[in-house]
Design a protein around this ligand. Structure first.
Ligand SMILES: Cc1cc2nc3c(=O)[nH]c(=O)nc-3n(C[C@H](O)[C@H](O)[C@H](O)COP(=O)(O)OP(=O)(O)OC[C@H]3O[C@@H](n4cnc5c(N)ncnc54)[C@H](O)[C@@H]3O)c2cc1C
Ligand SMILES: NC(=O)c1ccc[n+]([C@@H]2O[C@H](COP(=O)([O-])OP(=O)(O)OC[C@H]3O[C@@H](n4cnc5c(N)ncnc54)[C@H](OP(=O)(O)O)[C@@H]3O)[C@@H](O)[C@H]2O)c1
Length: 482
């Protein structure tokens, strides 16, 4: 039986990003399907975070701009309120009928006709015109490695769901990001001993200032240097020197890395309840040795050491990732494949909602433009100077300005393509990549054997190694009808 072609795009994921994309597609009247591996929508806010977490970004800077959070929500809603909000959003914009739950994408192979062959864990296969990847990037834990073996209880922040695991224990938290500081503060309240190991200095910022969330003070009209200067000044006023807490002074500028927002960590450090250590050097049994030579025994180690950005269902090399940055223009648009869009990997300084609410319509306009183009969108954007991002830390306001520019130029992209890619340069540049024989899905035999090579252990299982996509195919010749 041949695999059915769906003349539409597939949105992978129904979390904050995927729901925002679905709303934009529906509004723009672009046909789509949407799937999520989980049995409920909401992504992280359904099952990916510890149950007592509150936002670090304020509700005002996190809500979708076209769907404000309820008036009676606090400045920093908790996970349940976030999930309720996303449920209301999906109901209000009638997105649920379009979402297939418990539908795990196992493989997505590019075909030589620029369509995408998708297989699901339940055995079904479909061919799609394009993929909008909103699979979330706080799922695949990054573990630290040290010489020796720790014999106490070890978990990654991803597995941390409640304070029960800390109660009455000697706890070491590794990391200095928002997860590490939140969990260290939990340990300060629940554990027998609370320790934190930071391998580098971080900007740890107060959550509220002058009675309002810190993120609300960073106004869109403020240039970057003003925002940085303001934050440095506020840190000086409200926290002082980090060395006064035994914390390392950050070597990077404010906002060069994702900031840590936590008013309670310095508070508990000053009370002597949280003890600060440098990086871990090694561990043996329950004893951990730090780089300053000090040693201590712990019952529990929580590695809050962050996450990897992965696309486990794509053939290896389809979207190369360096560090946590997809190596494609804007981190979102491929320069070798048509119909491939990556959303939600960036860590905006403000919350995700405004960026998704503005980015969704831009993606829709780009999709319409790409349908009228010979080659992939990313190739043209690349020629216009849209590069590979250097950092995953997004200045939300700057991103919003770029999105506005993107929307203004979207409809001119086909004409720009004709102008900038002149024969023979145009021909060469417009050749889109064709998957290697091992990864090709237009050959059912090779595709299914490649798919079989994949583990069924779960949606975030490591991808099988495949030859990177390399050979070039002809430009797409005919426009498909929807
Ligand atoms: C502890 C914690 C606190 C946070 N606090 C904040 C905050 O204060 N402010 C903020 O803006 N952000 C915060 N975040 C970031 C948070 O990830 C985003 O708010 C938001 O959830 C990202 O949405 P998303 O849709 O991109 O990803 P996710 O919420 O991760 O959703 C991705 C969805 O894709 C589905 N999926 C993945 N792979 C597949 C597949 N192969 N097939 C089918 N479905 C698949 C998943 O099941 C999931 O439902 C926090 C994150 C964590 C971990
Ligand atoms: N309350 C909240 O709203 C909340 C809570 C938790 C998380 N979040 C969000 O979730 C996302 C992920 O945050 P996160 O804190 O889990 O990850 P993160 O921001 O990536 O931070 C990871 C931390 O681990 C350190 N680290 C990485 N590898 C290490 C190693 N091998 N050894 C020692 N330390 C190592 C990093 O230090 P270096 O900088 O030196 O690499 C960094 O301090 C962020 O967007 C964050 O804002 C929000």
């Amino acid at each position: 039986m041949s695999t059915p072609f769906r003349a539409r795009h597939l949105i992978i994921g129904a979390g904050f990003s995927g729901l925002g994309m679905a709303r934009a597609f529906a509004k723009a009247n672009i046909p789509y399907d949407q799937v999520d591996a989980a049995d409920h929508i909401g992504g992280n806010w359904y099952q990916g975070v510890y149950n007592h977490v509150h936002l670090v970004s304020s509700k005002r800077t996190t809500e979708y701009t076209d769907f404000p959070m309820p008036q009676d929500y606090p400045d920093f809603p908790n996970a349940k309120q976030m999930l309720d909000y996303l449920d209301c959003y999906a109901s209000f914009f009638q997105l649920n009928d379009q979402i297939e739950l418990k539908k795990n994408v196992m493989t997505a192979y590019p075909r030589s006709d620029h369509r995408w062959h998708v297989t699901f864990e339940d055995g079904e296969s479909r061919i799609y015109r394009g993929l909008v990847i909103c699979n979330g990037h706080h799922w695949s834990p990054r573990h630290p490695e040290y010489p020796g073996k720790f014999s106490g209880s070890y978990l990654h922040s991803k597995e941390y769901k409640s304070t029960d695991v800390l109660r009455g224990k000697r706890v070491l938290v590794i990391g200095a990001g928002n997860s590490a500081c939140d969990i260290a503060v939990d340990a300060a309240r629940e554990a027998e001993e609370a320790h934190i190991s930071m391998r580098s200095g971080h900007w740890i910022l107060p959550k509220t200032i002058f009675g309002a969330p810190l993120t609300d003070h960073l106004r869109p009209w403020m240039p970057q240097f003003v925002q940085r200067a303001l934050v440095r000044l506020l840190v000086r006023m409200f926290i002082g020197k980090y060395s006064a807490y035994g914390l390392q002074q950050p070597k990077h500028g404010v906002f060069d890395k994702h900031p840590t927002i936590n008013s309670l960590l310095p508070y508990y450090v000053h009370h002597g309840v949280i003890k600060v250590h440098p990086a871990v050097k090694s561990w043996n049994g329950k004893e951990v040795t730090f780089t300053d030579g000090s040693r201590r025994e712990f019952d529990v180690v929580v590695a809050a050491t962050g996450f990897r950005v992965t696309f486990p269902f794509l053939p290896d090399g389809t979207i190369p990732v360096k560090g946590v940055i997809p190596q494609i223009p804007f981190g979102s648009f491929h320069d070798r494949y048509k119909g491939l869009y990556v959303i939600g990997w960036m860590q905006p300084r403000i919350g995700v909602g405004p960026l998704i609410a503005a980015g969704g319509p831009m993606i829709c306009e780009f999709i319409r433009a790409e349908e009228r183009m010979v080659g992939p969108l990313g190739a043209v954007l690349g020629r216009l100077g849209v590069g590979i991002p250097k950092t995953n830390v997004g200045d939300g306001h700057q991103l919003l300005r770029r999105i506005a520019v993107g929307r203004r130029i979207a409809r001119f992209l086909p004409a720009i393509e004709r102008l900038v890619f002149k024969h023979p340069v145009r021909k060469a540049a417009m050749e889109t990549a064709r998957p290697s024989q091992a990864a090709r899905a237009d050959n059912p035999k090779t595709a299914s054997s490649a798919a079989r090579g994949r583990t069924k252990a779960g949606r975030h299982a490591a991808p099988v190694t495949q030859a990177p996509v390399s050979t070039h195919g002809p430009p797409i010749s005919a426009r498909e009808s929807s």
